[in-house]
Ligand binder design. Structure first.
Ligand code: KPL
Length: 298
Protein backbone atom coordinates (compact mmCIF):
# COMPACT_ATOMS: atom_id res chain seq x y z
CA UNK A 1 0.00 0.00 0.00
CA UNK A 2 1.29 3.47 -0.88
CA UNK A 3 2.06 5.69 2.11
CA UNK A 4 0.02 8.86 1.52
CA UNK A 5 2.05 11.11 3.75
CA UNK A 6 2.44 14.50 2.10
CA UNK A 7 5.50 15.89 0.42
CA UNK A 8 6.55 19.30 1.62
CA UNK A 9 8.70 20.91 -1.05
CA UNK A 10 10.95 23.71 0.14
CA UNK A 11 12.84 26.03 -2.21
CA UNK A 12 11.19 28.01 -4.94
CA UNK A 13 14.17 27.67 -7.30
CA UNK A 14 14.06 25.74 -10.54
CA UNK A 15 14.91 22.33 -9.07
CA UNK A 16 12.45 22.60 -6.16
CA UNK A 17 9.67 23.70 -8.50
CA UNK A 18 10.51 20.96 -11.00
CA UNK A 19 10.35 18.31 -8.28
CA UNK A 20 7.07 19.70 -6.93
CA UNK A 21 5.43 19.45 -10.35
CA UNK A 22 6.87 16.00 -11.02
CA UNK A 23 5.68 14.67 -7.66
CA UNK A 24 2.21 16.13 -8.16
CA UNK A 25 2.13 14.45 -11.60
CA UNK A 26 2.40 10.99 -9.98
CA UNK A 27 -0.60 11.84 -7.87
CA UNK A 28 0.91 12.11 -4.42
CA UNK A 29 -0.02 14.99 -2.08
CA UNK A 30 2.37 17.92 -2.47
CA UNK A 31 2.53 21.20 -0.58
CA UNK A 32 4.97 24.06 -1.03
CA UNK A 33 6.50 25.67 2.01
CA UNK A 34 6.90 29.38 1.60
CA UNK A 35 9.11 31.44 3.81
CA UNK A 36 7.37 32.13 7.10
CA UNK A 37 8.57 35.73 7.14
CA UNK A 38 6.51 36.46 4.03
CA UNK A 39 3.75 38.84 5.06
CA UNK A 40 1.11 37.52 2.75
CA UNK A 41 0.94 33.83 2.03
CA UNK A 42 -1.44 32.77 -0.69
CA UNK A 43 -3.15 29.40 -0.26
CA UNK A 44 -1.89 28.26 -3.61
CA UNK A 45 1.01 28.92 -5.91
CA UNK A 46 1.07 28.54 -9.65
CA UNK A 47 4.03 26.74 -11.21
CA UNK A 48 4.52 26.62 -14.96
CA UNK A 49 6.69 23.87 -16.39
CA UNK A 50 6.95 23.92 -20.18
CA UNK A 51 3.34 23.97 -21.38
CA UNK A 52 1.98 22.59 -18.07
CA UNK A 53 0.52 24.85 -15.35
CA UNK A 54 -0.17 23.59 -11.88
CA UNK A 55 -1.56 25.15 -8.72
CA UNK A 56 -0.09 23.71 -5.53
CA UNK A 57 -1.20 24.30 -1.96
CA UNK A 58 1.17 26.35 0.19
CA UNK A 59 1.92 26.32 3.90
CA UNK A 60 4.22 28.44 6.02
CA UNK A 61 5.33 25.74 8.44
CA UNK A 62 5.65 22.00 8.93
CA UNK A 63 2.60 20.79 10.85
CA UNK A 64 2.26 17.13 9.94
CA UNK A 65 4.82 14.32 9.50
CA UNK A 66 5.97 14.68 5.92
CA UNK A 67 8.59 13.82 3.41
CA UNK A 68 10.41 17.09 3.14
CA UNK A 69 12.24 17.80 -0.12
CA UNK A 70 14.41 20.89 0.27
CA UNK A 71 16.33 22.16 -2.77
CA UNK A 72 17.91 25.26 -1.32
CA UNK A 73 21.04 27.36 -1.32
CA UNK A 74 23.82 26.11 0.96
CA UNK A 75 23.47 29.14 3.25
CA UNK A 76 19.76 28.40 3.74
CA UNK A 77 20.28 24.88 5.10
CA UNK A 78 21.18 25.70 8.72
CA UNK A 79 18.38 28.29 9.26
CA UNK A 80 15.92 25.90 7.61
CA UNK A 81 16.84 22.97 9.86
CA UNK A 82 16.72 25.18 12.95
CA UNK A 83 13.22 26.25 11.92
CA UNK A 84 12.05 22.68 11.16
CA UNK A 85 13.33 21.54 14.56
CA UNK A 86 10.80 23.83 16.24
CA UNK A 87 7.97 21.70 14.82
CA UNK A 88 6.88 18.55 16.65
CA UNK A 89 6.20 16.91 13.29
CA UNK A 90 9.89 17.10 12.35
CA UNK A 91 10.85 14.09 14.41
CA UNK A 92 8.56 11.83 12.39
CA UNK A 93 9.42 13.50 9.08
CA UNK A 94 12.11 12.51 6.60
CA UNK A 95 14.33 15.31 5.35
CA UNK A 96 15.79 15.13 1.85
CA UNK A 97 18.17 17.97 1.04
CA UNK A 98 19.87 19.10 -2.11
CA UNK A 99 22.35 21.97 -2.23
CA UNK A 100 25.67 22.86 -3.77
CA UNK A 101 28.81 22.52 -1.68
CA UNK A 102 29.42 21.40 1.88
CA UNK A 103 28.65 22.83 5.30
CA UNK A 104 31.26 22.69 8.04
CA UNK A 105 28.68 21.57 10.64
CA UNK A 106 26.67 18.96 8.72
CA UNK A 107 27.14 16.23 11.30
CA UNK A 108 25.67 18.31 14.11
CA UNK A 109 22.98 19.86 11.95
CA UNK A 110 21.63 16.74 10.32
CA UNK A 111 20.33 13.45 11.61
CA UNK A 112 22.09 10.31 10.38
CA UNK A 113 18.94 9.23 8.54
CA UNK A 114 18.47 12.55 6.72
CA UNK A 115 19.01 12.09 3.02
CA UNK A 116 21.07 13.89 0.39
CA UNK A 117 19.75 14.04 -3.18
CA UNK A 118 22.41 14.67 -5.80
CA UNK A 119 21.33 15.27 -9.37
CA UNK A 120 22.60 16.01 -12.83
CA UNK A 121 19.14 17.15 -14.01
CA UNK A 122 19.37 20.74 -15.20
CA UNK A 123 16.55 23.24 -14.80
CA UNK A 124 16.31 27.00 -14.92
CA UNK A 125 13.70 29.67 -14.51
CA UNK A 126 12.78 31.69 -17.59
CA UNK A 127 10.59 34.60 -16.41
CA UNK A 128 7.66 32.82 -14.68
CA UNK A 129 8.37 29.42 -16.28
CA UNK A 130 10.53 26.49 -15.22
CA UNK A 131 12.49 24.89 -18.04
CA UNK A 132 13.68 21.29 -17.60
CA UNK A 133 16.75 21.89 -19.74
CA UNK A 134 18.79 18.75 -19.25
CA UNK A 135 17.52 15.27 -18.40
CA UNK A 136 20.08 13.72 -16.08
CA UNK A 137 20.11 11.22 -13.25
CA UNK A 138 19.98 11.40 -9.46
CA UNK A 139 21.30 9.59 -6.41
CA UNK A 140 19.85 9.41 -2.93
CA UNK A 141 21.78 8.45 0.17
CA UNK A 142 21.92 9.00 3.92
CA UNK A 143 23.92 11.58 5.85
CA UNK A 144 25.40 8.67 7.78
CA UNK A 145 26.06 5.54 5.74
CA UNK A 146 24.75 2.17 6.85
CA UNK A 147 21.01 2.98 6.71
CA UNK A 148 18.36 1.05 4.82
CA UNK A 149 16.90 2.71 1.75
CA UNK A 150 13.50 4.21 2.69
CA UNK A 151 11.36 2.28 0.24
CA UNK A 152 8.41 4.66 -0.27
CA UNK A 153 10.63 7.72 -0.62
CA UNK A 154 12.82 5.98 -3.18
CA UNK A 155 9.86 4.63 -5.09
CA UNK A 156 8.02 7.96 -5.31
CA UNK A 157 11.08 10.08 -6.12
CA UNK A 158 12.15 7.56 -8.78
CA UNK A 159 8.70 7.59 -10.35
CA UNK A 160 8.52 11.39 -10.27
CA UNK A 161 11.96 12.15 -11.71
CA UNK A 162 13.81 9.06 -12.94
CA UNK A 163 16.34 7.58 -12.95
CA UNK A 164 17.24 7.46 -9.27
CA UNK A 165 19.85 5.23 -7.63
CA UNK A 166 20.24 4.50 -3.93
CA UNK A 167 23.81 5.23 -2.85
CA UNK A 168 24.75 4.37 0.72
CA UNK A 169 28.07 6.18 0.25
CA UNK A 170 26.55 9.44 -0.99
CA UNK A 171 29.47 11.44 0.49
CA UNK A 172 31.72 10.35 -2.37
CA UNK A 173 29.20 11.52 -4.97
CA UNK A 174 28.81 14.83 -3.09
CA UNK A 175 32.60 15.36 -3.10
CA UNK A 176 32.66 14.74 -6.85
CA UNK A 177 29.89 17.30 -7.36
CA UNK A 178 31.67 19.71 -5.03
CA UNK A 179 34.80 19.38 -7.19
CA UNK A 180 32.86 20.06 -10.40
CA UNK A 181 31.30 23.18 -8.87
CA UNK A 182 34.66 24.39 -7.49
CA UNK A 183 36.25 23.90 -10.91
CA UNK A 184 33.54 25.75 -12.83
CA UNK A 185 31.45 28.20 -10.81
CA UNK A 186 34.06 30.69 -9.51
CA UNK A 187 35.64 31.05 -12.96
CA UNK A 188 32.29 31.90 -14.56
CA UNK A 189 31.98 34.81 -12.12
CA UNK A 190 35.59 35.99 -12.36
CA UNK A 191 35.46 35.96 -16.17
CA UNK A 192 31.73 36.77 -16.50
CA UNK A 193 31.31 33.90 -18.92
CA UNK A 194 29.16 30.89 -19.68
CA UNK A 195 30.31 27.44 -18.54
CA UNK A 196 31.58 26.55 -22.02
CA UNK A 197 33.95 29.52 -22.09
CA UNK A 198 35.92 28.98 -18.89
CA UNK A 199 38.68 26.85 -20.41
CA UNK A 200 39.69 29.81 -22.57
CA UNK A 201 40.50 31.66 -19.35
CA UNK A 202 41.79 29.07 -16.87
CA UNK A 203 45.28 27.62 -17.21
CA UNK A 204 45.54 23.80 -17.01
CA UNK A 205 47.97 24.25 -14.06
CA UNK A 206 45.47 26.24 -12.03
CA UNK A 207 42.62 23.82 -12.81
CA UNK A 208 44.80 20.88 -11.79
CA UNK A 209 45.88 22.61 -8.57
CA UNK A 210 42.25 23.31 -7.57
CA UNK A 211 41.40 19.64 -8.17
CA UNK A 212 44.52 18.45 -6.36
CA UNK A 213 43.67 20.42 -3.21
CA UNK A 214 40.16 18.90 -3.24
CA UNK A 215 41.59 15.41 -3.65
CA UNK A 216 43.96 15.92 -0.69
CA UNK A 217 41.18 17.19 1.59
CA UNK A 218 38.81 14.42 0.52
CA UNK A 219 41.51 11.87 1.31
CA UNK A 220 41.92 13.42 4.75
CA UNK A 221 38.18 12.73 5.21
CA UNK A 222 38.59 9.12 4.04
CA UNK A 223 37.33 9.62 0.49
CA UNK A 224 39.53 8.55 -2.41
CA UNK A 225 39.24 10.72 -5.51
CA UNK A 226 41.61 10.90 -8.49
CA UNK A 227 42.65 14.32 -9.83
CA UNK A 228 42.50 13.13 -13.46
CA UNK A 229 38.95 11.84 -12.99
CA UNK A 230 37.81 15.08 -11.33
CA UNK A 231 39.22 17.08 -14.23
CA UNK A 232 37.57 14.79 -16.79
CA UNK A 233 34.23 15.05 -14.99
CA UNK A 234 34.47 18.84 -14.84
CA UNK A 235 35.42 19.02 -18.52
CA UNK A 236 32.49 16.82 -19.41
CA UNK A 237 30.13 19.13 -17.47
CA UNK A 238 31.69 22.21 -19.13
CA UNK A 239 30.89 20.70 -22.52
CA UNK A 240 27.46 19.35 -21.60
CA UNK A 241 26.39 22.69 -20.06
CA UNK A 242 28.43 24.95 -22.38
CA UNK A 243 25.59 27.36 -22.95
CA UNK A 244 24.57 27.62 -19.26
CA UNK A 245 25.21 30.48 -16.94
CA UNK A 246 26.34 28.80 -13.71
CA UNK A 247 24.23 29.18 -10.58
CA UNK A 248 26.99 31.35 -9.10
CA UNK A 249 27.05 33.67 -12.10
CA UNK A 250 23.25 33.98 -11.89
CA UNK A 251 23.43 34.73 -8.16
CA UNK A 252 26.16 37.30 -8.75
CA UNK A 253 24.26 38.96 -11.62
CA UNK A 254 21.11 39.17 -9.51
CA UNK A 255 23.02 40.48 -6.49
CA UNK A 256 22.11 37.47 -4.35
CA UNK A 257 24.73 35.94 -2.01
CA UNK A 258 26.78 33.31 -3.82
CA UNK A 259 27.69 29.84 -2.53
CA UNK A 260 31.45 30.51 -2.74
CA UNK A 261 31.89 30.04 1.05
CA UNK A 262 30.54 26.48 0.70
CA UNK A 263 32.54 25.59 -2.43
CA UNK A 264 36.13 26.87 -2.72
CA UNK A 265 35.67 28.58 0.66
CA UNK A 266 34.83 25.24 2.25
CA UNK A 267 37.92 23.63 0.69
CA UNK A 268 40.15 26.47 1.90
CA UNK A 269 38.80 26.67 5.44
CA UNK A 270 38.43 22.92 6.02
CA UNK A 271 41.97 22.41 4.65
CA UNK A 272 43.36 25.06 7.00
CA UNK A 273 41.61 23.39 9.93
CA UNK A 274 43.14 20.05 8.94
CA UNK A 275 46.62 21.60 8.66
CA UNK A 276 46.60 21.28 4.86
CA UNK A 277 47.26 24.09 2.44
CA UNK A 278 44.84 24.98 -0.35
CA UNK A 279 46.22 28.18 -1.89
CA UNK A 280 44.36 27.95 -5.21
CA UNK A 281 40.96 27.46 -3.58
CA UNK A 282 41.81 30.12 -0.99
CA UNK A 283 42.59 32.61 -3.75
CA UNK A 284 39.43 31.83 -5.71
CA UNK A 285 37.41 32.23 -2.51
CA UNK A 286 38.96 35.63 -1.85
CA UNK A 287 38.65 36.82 -5.44
CA UNK A 288 34.96 35.92 -5.71
CA UNK A 289 34.19 37.20 -2.21
CA UNK A 290 35.91 40.50 -3.04
CA UNK A 291 33.69 40.88 -6.10
CA UNK A 292 30.46 39.89 -4.44
CA UNK A 293 30.94 41.08 -0.89
CA UNK A 294 30.32 37.61 0.61
CA UNK A 295 31.63 37.64 4.13
CA UNK A 296 32.46 34.06 5.01
CA UNK A 297 30.40 31.16 6.36
CA UNK A 298 27.18 32.23 7.98
O1 KPL B 1 25.80 22.87 -10.91
C1 KPL B 1 26.17 23.73 -11.65
C2 KPL B 1 25.93 25.13 -11.24
O2 KPL B 1 25.79 26.01 -12.06
O3 KPL B 1 25.85 25.32 -10.02
C3 KPL B 1 26.89 23.41 -12.93
C4 KPL B 1 27.11 21.92 -12.98
C5 KPL B 1 28.20 24.12 -12.99
C6 KPL B 1 26.07 23.70 -14.16
O4 KPL B 1 25.91 25.04 -14.42
Amino acid sequence: MTDKRPWLVIGQGAIGSLMAVKLAAIDVPVQLKLRSENDVIDDEQLIRLGSQSLRLATVDKLTTPSWIFAAVKAYQVAPLIRELRTSKAYEASTLIVSYNGMLRDETTLMRGSDLHWVTTHGAYRDADKIVHAGHGQSWLGPQQSGQNAPHEVMEQLARALPPLTWEDDIARRRWQKLAVNCLINPFTVLHKCRNGEILQHVTPELWRQVAYEIQVLAQYHGIELAVATLLQQAEHVVQATANNRSSMLQDYSQRRPTEIDYLNGFIASASAEAGLSAPANQQLWQQVAALTGDLGPR
